[in-house]
Structures are given as C-alpha cells and as structure tokens.
Design a binder for this molecule. Structure first.
Ligand code: G16
Length: 541
C-alpha cells in the first residue's frame, strides 16, 4: 500500500450528476485519484465497505476502474462488485447496489456527452439506496477535494475485468459479475414478458437504437433473446469507446437515424433509444415523436396495466422544467405530484419515503421506485407492456391522452458554449427584474407571474435555491431559464418553453408554431440575444 502526496486540484466541484470533465483533464496527474480519495473521505471512509463499480464503457473506463479498485483496496474496502469488462449501465448499477446491500457505488460515465480522448469522462458516487449522492454529500466530497494532501493506492497487478467470479486485490475481494443478468431478472418481475412476447409474435415491429452505448447488450438480451423481437430490432448495439463517434443523447437531433426510420413509409410500430449509460430514453411511434414530458404523463396514466404497478401509484414527481402534463394526470388519479429541482438526486428522498412511485424529467429521464436512477430500458418495457395491453398505436395513445387532459406543447432550446460571464450577466439581469415583470407585455404575451425556483425537500427538509428562473404567461404559457449542470465547456443556457392547450380543435398542431410566441416573449424579456451574442439555439428538442 502506498501513500502518495498530492495537493488540491481546482475544478472538482460535482455538477447535476457527479463530476464531468474533458477526458484529458480526468487523465491528468492525480486528477482521478484526488477525486476518488475525496469521495471515500467525504462519505465516511472506505474501510470495511462494499462498493459496486462499473461504467458505460467509454474511453478510459477500464483504466479508471483499475485505479478505483487499487484505491478501494488501499483504503480498506472489503469488497468491490464490478460489471464484467467494467460495464454497468447506470440503472443496473443502482439495482446491484440495492440488491447486494452495498454501501454505495462508483459509476463512471458522462452520460449523454460524447466519449473518447477528446471528449468527456465522468464519475459519480451513489449511496446505499442506489441513488445519486445528495447535495450535502456532494458538498462534503467537494470540501475534501479542497483540503486533500495524500491518497492511498495499492501497487498491484491489474484485475482481470473479463473473468467472472472472485479475485483478490490485497485483502479486498473483487467480484466480477454479469452486468445484464440481475437487471433482466428485475425487469421480468415488473413487466408481463408473456404479453410483450405475444405482441412481437403477432407481427409487432420495433427498432431500438442503443447509439453504440451501454444498453446494446441489455437490449439485445431482453428484447431479442428473451422477448423474441426480430433480430436486428436493436441497432447500433455494440458499445464502443467513443459511441461510434456519435453523441449518445436520445433525442430527435442525435438519434436522427432512428427518427428517419420511424418517419419513413414503412416505419416499424415502435421506436426507442437510450443514452451513453442507459438511464435516458426516447420514445417514438410510427410518425409520432413523444416528448419526455408527455411520455411521463402517459406512463403515469397507464402504469397500472403492468404487473409491477397494478396496485396503482403512490404519487408522481417531475423536475421543475418538465411540462405540467403529468400534473394533470395525477390530479385525475387523485395522487400527489411533486415538483423538484433538475437532477435525479432530488427524487431519492421521495422514493425512499414511498411518497412517489413514478418520476421523470424533460431531459429524457423516466423511472420508478424499482431503482434509484432513471432507467431507459425500463421505460421502453413499460411502454411495450402498455402497447401489448391496450393494442393501441403510440399516436392513438397520445391523441387519447391529449383529448382527456389537454396537450402541453413543449420544446427546449439549448444555447451551448456561451461565455460564462455573458450567461451569468443574462441571469443576473433577469433575476433583478423578476419582481417587476407581472403585468408587463413582451412580444404580445402578458406576464402573469415570475419567480426563481427554490425547493424545500418535504422529507428531509433540505433547501435548494437558485434552481431556475420561471415566467408564466396569461393563457397558460411558461418559459424557464436554467443553466445546465452537466456541460464541460463554457455555459449552456437552457430555455424551456411550454403552452397548455385544451381546445380539442387545436391538439394536433406543430409544436414549433404553437410555441413561437412564448419563445419571442422569453427572448424579449430576457434580452438573451443581445447579452449573450447568440441569435439562435444550437439544439432544439
Ligand atoms: C443528469 C441528471 C438528470 C438531469 C440532467 C440535467 O442527467 O441525472 O437528472 O435532468 O442531468 O442536465 P443539465 O443540468 O445539463 O440540464 P444525465 O443523464 O446526464 O445523468
């Protein structure tokens, strides 16, 4: 065991979901080691503990795992459970932590961000409930990165990550496990696999885009091998270190191949995609893209059709920028709907306390109390279970939902890589004027209310401030401004636009057209183009 002297490295403050940096930064001298030691120290030390370790297979995943294992051993950990080949999807890691009773997990991923030597890498800590560390824990880890003086690391051979079974690393046991088996068993518990298999047998067709990322092996094992979907249902199913050079973010822009297939004349019945680490999902029917906010609402309204949720839902939760579609479903079901800040970690206390069963976010994340992460393949299987039970098409399910609850037209505009000073100036300027906006008219829209979102956790009482600037308009429109917490370069401004429509004659319109007036008002009242120097978003989803 060796004690290596080090000094604090700037820039190790965790963001929305762990620490994400350029890969080259993570590979820099002591960078990973400092952060891992701070993670152990900030969570009560590693001595005697059991951890789950795995990642999405991106470049540097395997080398980083070897470092983490040697450091866990040197810090006195008892046991590390590692996905074979260093692979674990984020939801599968969450499941393993819960199932094995581990003290926590180290998950290596920068999620939907591209991978490779010139792209991004990330590491986050999940606690014993299987969920992302809370704000107070990440604050403690960050504090330890700032006063670190040394780290412990064992000098040993590499662990053979490919060999299933137990190995020893000093006094620590390393157990290499099949990354798919436990997760697939959990899915089989929750869903009616016979009904879904019968659906496929009856000629139902599907395309699942794994985007060269971690869900390839999971989707192939579950959809094709167990449920009998035709070979080739899973596209881009072999994980690669740089996700085939792509951007593994399941949205209509980055999953364009899938969108093209789903909008062609001979489109399959159902399409879906997942992201780098398997926690996000995109749903698209034949010629019918479903926004993540609408997907959450649809799943909440029909979850009882799947065996795992037949008793109904305790409650639901959504992040603040997510549309109000699920609120309307919850109201009709007579259950609570919680509005949390962006970040899956904020759902953890509600799930642990049994207050909610389902939760989701506009950023393509949906999940339930089966794990403590959002879960891409789970969402796809719940959709399949609902399709099998209702025998309806995706488009018809959406039309039925909008007809019942109204339609929340929704879009998100991302202004990426904005100079941080300019982005902050825009937020500071708008924040200062929020109190005076009500009654003002911008581009023809009258402001009804405006505030800065803050959250008091109803379970543990913790407070989160400065979680986004919200402006509501007369007529049911809303604009939200928020700074991304997952980017690695400059600042990303997210502008979330929403308009509720209940007029039955106006439920099938083009979202871009419906939302254009809200966008114009949002740009006028924030002065975004002038302050940031940007006249158009980089990505519209
Ligand atoms: C992470 C969190 C999500 C959150 C998203 C927002 O997603 O896990 O809960 O909604 O970040 O990202 P941003 O702060 O950039 O808007 P992921 O899939 O990147 O882990």
């Amino acid at each position: 065991m060796t004690l290596i002297e080090t000094t604090p490295i700037a820039g190790q403050k965790p963001g929305t979901s762990g620490l994400r940096k350029r890969t080259a930064v993570f590979m820099g001298p002591h960078f990973l080691e400092n952060y891992v030691q701070a993670t152990f120290d900030g969570t009560g030390g590693a001595a005697g503990k059991t951890y789950v370790v795995g990642g999405d297979g991106r470049y540097f995943n395997d080398r980083a795992i070897q470092v983490i294992l040697r450091m866990a051993a040197a810090n006195g950990a008892l046991r590390c459970i590692v996905g074979q080949g260093g692979i674990l999807s984020t939801p599968a890691a969450s499941n393993l932590i819960r199932k094995t009773g581990a003290d926590g997990g180290l998950i290596l991923s920068a999620s939907h961000n591209p991978g490779g030597p010139d792209a991004d890498f990330g590491l986050k800590f999940n606690g014993a409930n299987g969920g992302p560390a809370s704000e107070s824990v990440t604050a403690e880890i960050y504090a330890r990165t700032q006063d670190i003086t040394a780290y412990h690391i064992a000098e040993t051979q590499d662990v053979d990550l490919g060999a299933l079974g137990q190995q020893r690393l000093g006094d620590m046991v390393v157990e290499i496990v099949d990354p798919v088996a436990d997760y697939a068993a959990l899915m089989e518990d929750l869903f009616d696999f016979n009904a879904i298999a019968a659906l496929f047998q009856g000629g139902f067709t599907m395309r699942f885009d794994a985007m060269h990322a971690v869900t390839g092996p999971y989707a192939t094992a579950i959809l094709e091998d167990r449920l009998g979907a035709a070979k080739g249902t899973v596209m881009n199913g072999t994980p690669s270190e740089d996700f085939g050079g792509g951007h593994p973010d399941p949205n209509p822009i980055w999953a364009k191949d899938l969108m093209d297939v789903m909008y062609a004349d001979d489109a399959p019945d159902f399409g879906a995609a997942s992201d780098g680490d398997g926690d996000r999902n995109m749903i698209v029917g034949r010629g019918a893209y479903v926004t993540p906010s609408d997907s959450l609402a649809l799943l909440a309204s029909k979850a009882h059709l799947a065996p795992g949720y037949q008793g109904g839902l305790a409650g639901v939760a959504r992040s603040m920028p997510t549309s109000g579609a699920v609120d309307r479903v919850a109201e009709a079901l007579g259950i609570s709907c919680y509005e949390t800040p962006t970040g899956w970690k904020f759902f953890g206390t509600l799930l642990d306390a049994g207050k909610v069963t389902l939760c989701g976010e506009e950023s393509a994340g949906t999940g339930s109390d089966h794990v403590r992460e959002k879960d891409g393949l789970w969402a796809v299987l719940l959709w399949l279970n609902i399709l099998a039970e209702t025998k309806m098409s995706v488009a018809d399910l959406m039309a039925e939902m909008w007809g019942t609850y109204g339609r929340c037209y929704y879009t998100r505009h991302d202004y990426e890589d904005v100079e941080a000073d300019r982005a902050n100036a825009m937020f500071d300027g708008l924040r200062a004027r929020l109190g005076d906006l009500a009654g003002e008219v911008f581009a023809g829209q009258t402001v009804a209310w405006a505030d800065e979102f803050a959250y008091d956790d109803p379970v543990d009482g913790s407070h989160a401030s400065a979680q986004g600037l919200r402006v509501g308009f007369e007529g049911g429109g809303r604009a939200v401004f928020r700074l991304s917490g997952t980017g690695t370069v400059g600042a990303t401004i997210r502008l979330y636009l929403e308009q509720l429509e209940t007029n039955a004659a106006r439920l099938g319109l083009d979202p871009a057209e419906v939302l254009a007036p809200i966008n114009a008002a949002a740009l006028a009242l924030s002065d975004l183009p002038a302050v940031t120097g940007r006249d158009a978003p980089n990505v519209i989803t």
